[in-house]
Every structure is written in C-alpha cells, then in structure tokens.
Design a protein around this ligand. Sequence first.
Ligand code: HEC
Ligand code: HEC
Ligand code: HEC
Ligand code: HEC
Ligand code: HEC
Length: 465
Amino acid sequence: MSIAGMALAALALIALLGGALVYFSPEPGSDDTPQMSDDEILEAAHQFYKSRPYYERPFLDFEIPEGLPDLRSETCGQCHGEIHREWSISTHRRAWTHNPQFMEELAKARGDYYDDQDDDFSWMCVNCHTPMVPQLEKLVIGLENDEIGRPIYVDNPIFDEAMQDEAIGCATCHVQDGTVYGPRGDTDAPHAVARGDHLLDEQNCVRCHQAEAIFPEQNLGCFFSTGDEWEKSPAADKGHHCQDCHMPKTTRKLAEAYDVPERETRRHWFGGSLIPKQPEFEEEIKALRPIFGSGATVSLDLPDDADCDDEDCQKLAVRVHNEFAGHLFPTGDPERHVEVTAVVRNAHGDAVAEVSEQIGSRYQWYPEIKLLSDNRIDPGESHLIDIDWPSAPEALTVEIEAYKYRMHEDDFDYHDLHGRLVRGRRFHHSSWQVDNVRREATLEFVEDDFGRRDELDPENTPPSN
Ligand code: HEC
Ligand code: HEC
Ligand code: HEC
Ligand code: HEC
Ligand code: HEC
C-alpha cells in the first residue's frame, strides 16, 4: 500500500467509526501494515465488513465460549467424536486446501493469472470457504479509492492456521455471542450452551448457499441460488428444510465419553452430489451413497398408446425425474451438469440409435460472463430426452447411462486438474427390453447409488421433494 493509500485508509476508518479516534502513524519506508493495536485492527475490520453485503463478509462473531480453549473443530471432536468423524469426510471439511480447484480459482481471484492488472477479489472468496475471522490470514479494513478489487489488508492478529485448514467447521454453525448453540440449550455441557432455533432454519445454510460473487474482469464467478430455488419448491411448502434432507436423523449419545442419554439428533455428512474432491476420498465417501441416493431417478418412457400414431411409436424417451432434490437438479455451482446417454440395439446387438444430452446451465466465461442456456429440472418435474430410430424392429434393448460432473472438461483441462480432482461420476446405469409391438418396456437391471438390482424403486428412499 502506498502512503497515500494509508492516509486514505485512515480517513476511511475515521469515517467508518463515526468520528471515533483511531490513531496510527505509519513510519515512512517501514512495512505495509499500519501501526494499530490488535483491538483496533479487529474493530476496523469489523466495521469494514459490516458495511459490505452479506456475501462479502466473514462471520464476525468469533468469541470463544466459556469452557473451551479455542474454536477449532478438532477441539469439539475430542468430545463429539462421532459427529466430528462424519463432518471430517463432508465437503464442508474439504472447502480449502483439499479443493485444488478452489485453490486455482483463488489464485485467479488474487490476480496471479494476469500480467496486465493487479485487482484482487480473493478477500471475498475466503469469507464463505473459511468463514470465521480467526481463519483469515489477512483482514480487510477498507478499499483503496472505494474500488472492490483494491482491498487494504492488515495481518490478522488472531489468525489460526490449523483452524483455517478445517474450512467450514463446527463453530461456523454452532457458535455465536460466546455461546454454543444447539437445538436444546439445556444439556449439561462443559461449555456454555443455549437453544438456537436458527440451527434448523434454512437461513443457516442459505447465508452461504445463495452466493453472488461475480467478477467479469477475471472471468470468475461463484454464484448460485439454491436458497431461492428451495423457497419455490414443493419441499418448502411441506416444511422440509435443507437439514431434513442433508442431515438425516439418528439416535445416539452426543458426547461418547460422558454419562449422557441417547438423544434424537442429526448426521453431519452434508451429502450432495457425492463426487469426491480428490481420488483418495472415494473410499470414505462411497458408503454415503446408499444413504443419500441421488436427486433424480432415470427411467425409460414409451409414449402413451392414446397419442401414438405410427411415427410417434418409433419413439422412446429417457425420463430424468427430479424426485428427491428440494431445488433444481442440478443446483449450486454454475458449472455443475449431468450427461445422459442412451443406446438402442436391435435383436442382433447392432446400435440403431444413440442420444446424448446435457442437463445444466451453460455459461460463457470470457470475455464476459453470459448465460448461454439452462435446462436444469425443477423439483417434482421431469426432463424427457427423445430417442428416434430409423426403422421399428420388434425387440429392442436400450442401455442408459447418466453421469454427474462438477465442471466441464475444458475448464478441467485449463486448470490441469487431472489426477488432483475428480470431475464427475456415473450415478445411473440401466438396461431395458422393449417390445415395440406391445409397447412395453421391462427393466433388466439398474445400478445406481443404492446398488445393483432388478427394480427401480429403492426400498429405502430419502424424503422426496
Ligand atoms: C460458511 C458457509 C456455509 C454454510 C453456513 C453452509 N455451507 Fe454448505 N457448503 C459451503 C461451501 C463453500 C461448499 C463447497 C465446498 C467445496 O466444494 O469446496 C458447501 C458444500 C455443501 C454441499 C455439497 C456437497 C457435495 O456433494 O459437494 C451441501 C449438500 C451443503 N453444503 C449443504 C449445506 C447445508 C444443508 C447447510 C446448512 C445446515 C450448509 N451447507 C451450510 C458453505 C457453507
Ligand atoms: C453446516 C452447519 C453445521 C456444521 C458445520 C456443524 N453442525 Fe452440528 N448441527 C447443525 C445442525 C443444523 C444440527 C441439528 C439441530 C437439530 O437436530 O435440531 C446440529 C446438531 C449438532 C449436535 C446435536 C445437538 C443436540 O442437542 O441434538 C451436536 C452435538 C453438534 N451438532 C456438534 C457439531 C460438531 C462437533 C461439529 C463439527 C465437527 C458440527 N456440529 C458441525 C449444523 C452444523
Ligand atoms: C470437553 C468436552 C466437550 C468439548 C470440547 C465440546 N463439547 Fe459440546 N458438549 C459436550 C457435552 C458433554 C455436551 C452435552 C451432551 C448431552 O447432554 O447430550 C455437549 C453439548 C453440545 C451441544 C448441544 C447443545 C444443546 O444443549 O442443544 C452442541 C451443539 C455442542 N456441544 C457443540 C460443540 C461444539 C461446536 C464444540 C466446539 C466448539 C464443542 N461442543 C466442544 C462436551 C464437549
Ligand atoms: C427434499 C430434499 C432436499 C431439500 C429440502 C434440499 N436438498 Fe439439497 N439436495 C438434495 C439431493 C437429493 C441432492 C443431490 C442432487 C444430486 O444427485 O446431485 C441435493 C444436492 C444439494 C447440493 C449439492 C450440489 C452439488 O452438485 O454437489 C447442495 C449444495 C444443496 N443440495 C444444498 C441445499 C440447500 C442449501 C438446501 C436448503 C435451502 C437444500 N439443499 C434443500 C435434496 C434436498
Ligand atoms: C456467499 C458465499 C460464497 C462466496 C462469496 C464464494 N463462494 Fe465459492 N462456494 C460457495 C458454496 C456454498 C459452494 C458450494 C456450491 C455447490 O457445491 O453447489 C461453493 C463452491 C465453490 C467451488 C467448488 C465448485 C465445485 O464444483 O466443486 C469453487 C471452486 C468456488 N466456490 C470458488 C469460489 C471463488 C473463486 C470465490 C470468489 C470469487 C468464491 N467461491 C466465493 C460459497 C461461496
């Protein structure tokens, strides 16, 4: 920062603090950090962040509850072992160094990819991926010339590197005002507790899952509307919150080593698309697939007899039905998409028709961010992929495969993520026998997140939307 910049920062601070007296007189030629006490730094950062929209702020409440040494998830895990083990394999735990794509995008946001400009937007990205103030290496106390890409950084006096690596940890959702919030508030815990009804509220999740980080200058964006999508969904009408689907219920002791009763509580896996971040996480994550299933079921459709003239009868359709997600399928990151393929074979095994379709939003990232198309599926709705074939043999076999991907191949290649990140996985594979004279389709087998079997309806389904 230049001296002029610091003078501006001082002015901005005084303005922000409403005239409160904050003195710091930088030594000319000394290091870049203004001479402020730790308390002054934290207060200045607090005031700055409070002046920004919610999606540009970290969680400003980081007071350590009485009875605890710090806010690390590892500390909570010493007593809440099972919950800690669940959270440890969740994507929330993987949102920092375990996510090589995020690290690449962060470097881009810092301006590392560009020679011709030095804007830095990374200070905003870290606020949702490492959301507690002790997780931030540097704090922002103002913007040079009020420009969003010109943060005025100071070293964070309470930076905790071990906690930073934990990403979205226990304290993010449970700690506020120096208290551990739980759904009861009357447990006999060795730390302060209070009842927090907000825990079960969708706002607990939406404050991060409704994101609007768009920076066309760096052809970069992290934006999605899972909160809005949920609000308009049948799930919301039925009172099914994010937690009802993403945190299944169980009965157990909350702190294994303590003499406490078993309680009805919730799992902390936060399963979603269940694409592991890195190849080595596949082993631990695969046990979650039969618990969460997938958002959509895939099946083969024959047009109704009633509206089936000769030509239509040579048509089949793959139905992708958003049966279990409480929002669009897929939701979240704008690069998320699903790819469905179907191959029709005659009695000799020759392929007579083949279709392949993508479901998702498609953006152009450069030279400006522009939505090109969006065919994501509303909750409770279906997307039909028509298959035509040239002639109508009597017996057919149709093989369907469906994959979900976190990003498109060109972006994956651009960041050279091969071997470091898993791009996607198959979530459905089935084979059908079609009797085209009787217009009947019979399932031969289906293999999805519930395993391989010969009927479509899984026995043990999560709450449907
Ligand atoms: C502090 C911000 C924050 C809060 C609060 C938060 N999340 Fe997340 N969540 C994230 C981030 C960031 C990711 C993505 C991390 C990544 O991909 O590296 C994520 C990922 C997820 C995923 C994706 C899992 C997958 O398969 O990839 C699910 C599901 C999810 N969160 C559900 C929830 C629910 C339910 C709540 C509320 C109980 C919640 N989140 C609260 C930030 C948050
Ligand atoms: C993304 C938000 C989120 C994160 C991260 C999170 N929790 Fe939770 N936690 C919740 C919600 C929501 C509940 C469910 C409240 C309910 O059952 O009504 C809950 C329930 C609990 C309970 C049960 C309380 C009771 O009385 O039933 C404990 C204990 C707990 N969490 C501890 C932890 C620990 C330890 C971690 C870190 C390893 C953690 N949580 C991480 C959101 C979170
Ligand atoms: C020294 C052990 C210990 C540590 C460390 C610890 N807890 Fe607890 N916690 C307990 C015990 C014991 C209970 C009461 C359990 C019961 O009665 O079922 C409890 C209760 C809770 C509850 C339920 C509160 C309620 O009344 O609804 C939550 C949530 C919780 N802890 C979260 C956390 C989080 C988050 C951390 C870390 C920031 C943490 N705990 C650290 C032992 C601990
Ligand atoms: C009715 C159940 C249900 C509700 C309610 C629900 N979800 Fe989901 N959600 C799902 C299912 C099922 C999936 C898995 C979709 C798939 O197969 O990729 C999912 C996927 C996700 C993902 C992962 C996106 C990805 O591609 O990894 C996120 C993030 C998410 N949900 C967040 C939320 C949030 C935030 C809320 C509340 C505002 C919420 N969900 C409400 C069922 C639900
Ligand atoms: C308002 C909170 C918020 C902000 C700000 C934010 N993110 Fe995210 N980010 C999330 C959430 C929530 C997810 C998970 C979405 C999902 O999986 O559906 C996520 C996911 C991601 C992912 C993983 C996508 C994947 O497919 O695995 C990357 C990479 C990412 N963000 C980069 C960034 C960058 C770079 C910035 C700054 C320009 C940023 N984020 C700013 C909340 C945020």
